[in-house]
Design a protein around this ligand. Structure first.
Ligand SMILES: Cc1ncc(C[n+]2csc(CCOP(=O)(O)OP(=O)(O)O)c2C)c(N)n1
Ligand SMILES: [Mg+2]
Length: 889
């Protein structure tokens, strides 16, 4: 048998016992502090002599809380057991019934089966609801355990039986129950999406930190709120799950509790067949500064461990790997007696008074109500550190042999009739044999003692959970005059849209109405974006203030950290920044206090790097601004392949709640932000704005008349041709490439071609509107026909249309079939390069010269100019027709 050696074999138990006893007497005589000091000294000495043990962050494979420190259980244990059984049954019935009627509809039985106790103790004793005077706790439920939460809500009378039968049937109008926690699909129930593994944990971390931020900034007293995050042990392998743990340790987030359901299995098989996930996680959490509470064994083991004076049992518990523990979950007691206890005669003796059945029933800690209660209770008292409860469970617990601990358990969606009967018997529920085939839901009645008990518990704790607040507060917006300077453009000098943003943002931050509610989020790029003035202006949030004298103190702009600082400077951590974005963007609901996140990041590391978190933000109905700075495959010069973003605007089109804009100038940007604030924080639209910001400086023009509507809808005529020639084209430009297009128009005039220039601020908005009209018209054949904005804007305009942007051609192509004429998109398809802007724009064929060639070529395709003219232009510009296609590199 494989062994997992945590410690060497004890060759001299007598001597070991003497050492242990002297430590115990030291604790008795001089107290814990002194004992800790002596141990530290010993460890120091051991390190010097190269005798320090491995795994100093590990404790033995037993419960952290000794039996004698367990608090008395305050509830009615028998009653809670009956409730738990009903929830268990209904959770199974829900999945079983759904799959019996709609084969393949899916759902999970074994995740909740393993974690029912973890949840039920929380619901009956710890999780505070929304009506709690402190504002309530925030619970992240493991996505695959959703049936358990629905089953509880059913008993509480919150979900009618017909609706329980609509599990995973939420597409049709009605009250379907979504597969997993999705606030967007069940907005008065689920608060946090968790099912893309790893996102729940990282979001919970930043949610907890944001709650401290709200308190420190005087926005809300969150001292009576806690964040609980349930996660799977398999889920721990996602980098997001554990990657930011040290932030919570560093920030001393004692309002945060992780509950890791260590059933030792994930989807395909064991999480660590050849290792010990609980021990591994203990090291990781403890190393990150967390308080760790292991709940490994149920009360049946207490007596055995008390007898273990030689530490043989302890050693045996320590040495076995998880794959073996999984095996023991599936075998009869006789096997465990022979193989586990049989490894040492002293162990056999220890269990000689137990029957095989009693050995089989030596439970794991996560299934013990009392042990779990003790863990939560201690976590809720612990100060100065976040807590991780590592609960040892069996996957598929109580579901019978076909489920418990077997490798296929995660994927099983139904029970056989005999299994259902066995399950019913185990749970002692009054479901008849005739009914069992149907697996009916069981409800004891709203007046039953069980339901009354659970409702009473929830009343005391502030109302039922899960629950999401749907009331919203609308904010008073700044006067329109705040934006005027941006409408007027710059009289002299140049600026980039990033600089414009920084100026506008500073004004918004100073605004007496919304300034305080703005949450600037930056992952270590403020200097890149020229936004470092914010540091001294509004300060960087730090829960401990500033414990050092910053090197730049005395300068006008210095690195100012303070307890009421406003900027969340997340370090090089885009995923964590998204966690903060979601926390701030959902505070209107989670806390009833709207806050306005402006998350500014390196464009390339947004949608591409943290796309799944942005999707989760959409699910969460977060509101706020995502600002992709240093945008554009060619505008960000010199940085190259991994930095040059030419596709985030395209990816952004896939997020349904996203308003994606690619503004070219100060007034466009100001109008988009002004409108965004109004739509999200006055009209309560659940939107996320994505705005590309660039670092190229150029003169900022004044707004050419009343073009607000066009800017917001996505296109407006920026500059009509002064004189229209026979040969005429329409040029579209976006972002700084609008300047290339304007220059292209000048060049074209040398070839006898005139052009109107349009600014396209959002292909996405134009397309969304066009496809919505198209759909409406399809379903309403009698009309009146809805006319897409793009059609209205271009009515009477004839092509060809040449479009250039700093993003891929597909962005322009989104609109192709709605353009009334020949349409030629130019864009930056291909890997980025490091070079000058001019060289990059030539390489990607989006510069003014290429706009000219493309225009002439389109006119040639329409038979309106000669081949020679196009060839002349190519030669004039020194373009090598055989140059490599940027896509081919
Ligand atoms: C990012 C991501 N990858 C894969 C999955 C698919 N998936 C769903 S559950 C699961 C196994 C979960 O194991 P664990 O976290 O241990 O939870 P348990 O059900 O054992 O409690 C997997 C791989 C997912 N939901 N999200
Ligand atoms: Mg698991």
């Amino acid at each position: 048998m494989t062994t997992y050696r945590i410690e060497a074999t004890d060759t001299d138990p007598q001597e070991t016992r003497e050492w242990v006893e002297s430590l115990e007497s030291l604790v008795d005589a001089s107290g814990v502090e002194r004992a800790r000091f002596v141990l530290q000294r010993l460890l120091q000495s051991a390190t010097q002599q190269d005798a320090a043990p491995d795994g100093a962050l590990n404790t033995d494979y037993i419960n952290t809380i000794p039996t004698h420190e367990e608090p008395p259980f305050p509830g009615d244990e028998a009653m809670e057991k009956r409730i738990r059984r009903m929830v268990r049954w209904n959770a199974v019935a829900m999945v079983h019934r759904a799959n019996s009627r709609f084969p393949g509809i899916g759902g999970h039985l074994s995740t909740y089966a393993s974690s029912a106790t973890l949840y039920e103790v929380g619901f009956n004793h710890f999780f505070r609801g929304k009506e709690h005077p402190g504002g309530g706790d925030h619970v992240y439920y493991q996505g695959h355990a959703a049936p358990g939460m629905y089953a509880r809500a059913f008993l509480e009378g919150r979900i009618p039986v017909e609706v329980m039968d609509r599990f995973r049937r939420d597409a049709e109008p009605g009250d379907g129950l979504c597969s997993y926690p999705h606030p967007r699909l069940l907005p008065n129930f689920w608060e946090f999406p968790t099912v893309s593994m790893g996102l729940g944990p990282i979001c919970a971390l930043y949610q907890a930190r944001f709650e401290k931020y709200l308190a420190d900034r005087g926005i809300k007293d969150t001292s009576e709120q806690r964040v609980y995050c349930f996660m799977g042990d398999g889920e721990a392998d996602e980098p997001e799950s554990l990657g930011a743990l040290s932030m919570a340790g560093r920030e001393k987030l004692d309002n945060l509790v992780f509950v890791v359901n260590c059933n030792l299995q994930r989807l395909d098989g064991p999480v660590r067949g050849n290792g010990k996930i609980i021990q591994e996680l203990e090291t990781v959490f403890r190393g990150a500064g967390w308080n760790v509470i292991k709940v490994v064994w149920g009360p049946e083991w207490d007596e055995l461990l008390a007898k273990d004076v030689d530490g043989v049992l302890l050693r045996r518990l320590n040495e076995l790997v998880d794959g073996q523990w999984q095996k023991y979950a599936t075998v009869p007691g006789s096997y465990t007696r022979q193989h586990f206890f049989g490894s040492d005669p002293r162990l056999l003796e220890m269990v000689s008074h137990l029957s095989d059945e009693q050995i089989r029933k030596l439970r794991r800690g996560g299934h013990s109500y009392r042990k779990i209660y003790a863990a939560y209770e201690r976590a809720s008292r612990h100060r100065g550190q976040p807590t991780a409860i590592l609960a040892h469970t069996v996957k598929g617990w109580t579901l019978g042999e076909g489920f418990e601990g077997v490798n296929v358990t995660h994927q099983k969606k139904k029970l056989e009739q005999a299994e259902l009967r066995q399950f019913r018997d185990l749970l002692e529920l009054p479901v008849s044999d005739e009914q069992i085939k149907e697996a009916p839901f069981y409800h004891p009645g709203m007046n039953s003692p069980e339901v009354e008990y659970m409702l009473e518990r929830r009343r005391k704790l502030g109302g039922c959970l899960p629950k999401r607040r749907t009331t919203t507060v609308s904010l008073t917006m700044p006067e329109e005059s705040l934006y005027h300077e941006f409408y007027q453009g710059m009289k002299k000098g140049e600026a980039s849209t990033t600089m414009v943003f920084a100026r506008l943002f500073a004004k918004l931050l100073r605004d007496p109405t919304i300034g305080k509610r703005i949450v600037p989020i930056i992952p270590d790029e403020a200097r890149t974006f020229g936004m470092d003035a914010l540091f001294s202006m509004v300060g960087i949030y730090s829960s401990v203030g500033q414990l050092y004298e910053p090197v730049d103190k005395g300068k006008v702009l210095y690195y100012r950290e303070s307890r009421d600082g406003q900027v969340l400077e997340e370090g090089i951590n885009e995923a964590g920044s998204m966690g903060s974005f979601i926390a701030a963007g959902t505070a209107y609901s989670t806390q009833g206090e709207p806050t306005i996140p402006f998350y500014i990041f390196y464009s390339m590391f947004g949608f591409q790097r943290t796309g799944d978190l942005i999707w989760a933000a959409g699910d969460s109905m977060a509101k706020g601004f995502l600002l992709g700075a240093t945008a554009g495959r060619t505008t960000l010069q010199g940085e190259g392949l991994q930095h040059d973003d030419g596709h985030s605007q395209l990816v952004a089109t896939t997020l349904p709640c996203c308003m994606a804009y690619d503004p070219a100038s100060a007034y466009e940007l100001a109008i988009i932000i002004e409108d965004g604030l109004r739509r999200m924080y006055v009209n309560d639209e659940k939107l996320i704005y994505y705005i590309s910001l660039y670092n190229e400086n150029f003169p900022m023009p004044p707004m050419p008349g009343d073009v607000k509507e066009g800017i917001l809808k996505g296109i407006y005529l920026y500059s009509a041709a002064e004189e229209r020639h026979e040969l005429h084209v329409q040029l579209f430009g976006s972002g700084p490439i609008l300047n290339e297009v304007l220059r292209g128009r000048e060049i074209l005039s040398r070839y006898g071609v005139s052009a109107d220039v349009w600014s396209v601020t959002s292909y996405q908005q134009l397309r969304n509107d066009a496809i919505a009209c198209e759909r409406y018209n399809r379903l309403h054949p009698r009309g009146p026909r809805r006319v897409p904005y793009i059609e209205t804007a271009l009515s009477g305009v004839s092509g060809p249309f040449i479009a250039a942007s700093d993003f891929v051609k597909s962005l322009g192509d989104l609109l192709a079939r709605f353009i009334p004429g020949r349409f030629v998109p130019l864009g930056t398809d291909g890997f980025g390069h490091s070079d000058t802007r001019a060289a990059l724009r030539r390489h990607f064929e989006i510069d003014a010269e290429m706009v000219t060639v493309a225009s002439l070529s389109a006119l040639l395709d329409e038979g309106r100019v000669s081949v020679e003219l196009v060839e002349r232009a190519i030669t004039d510009f020194g373009i090598d027709p055989e140059k490599d296609d940027p896509m081919s590199l």
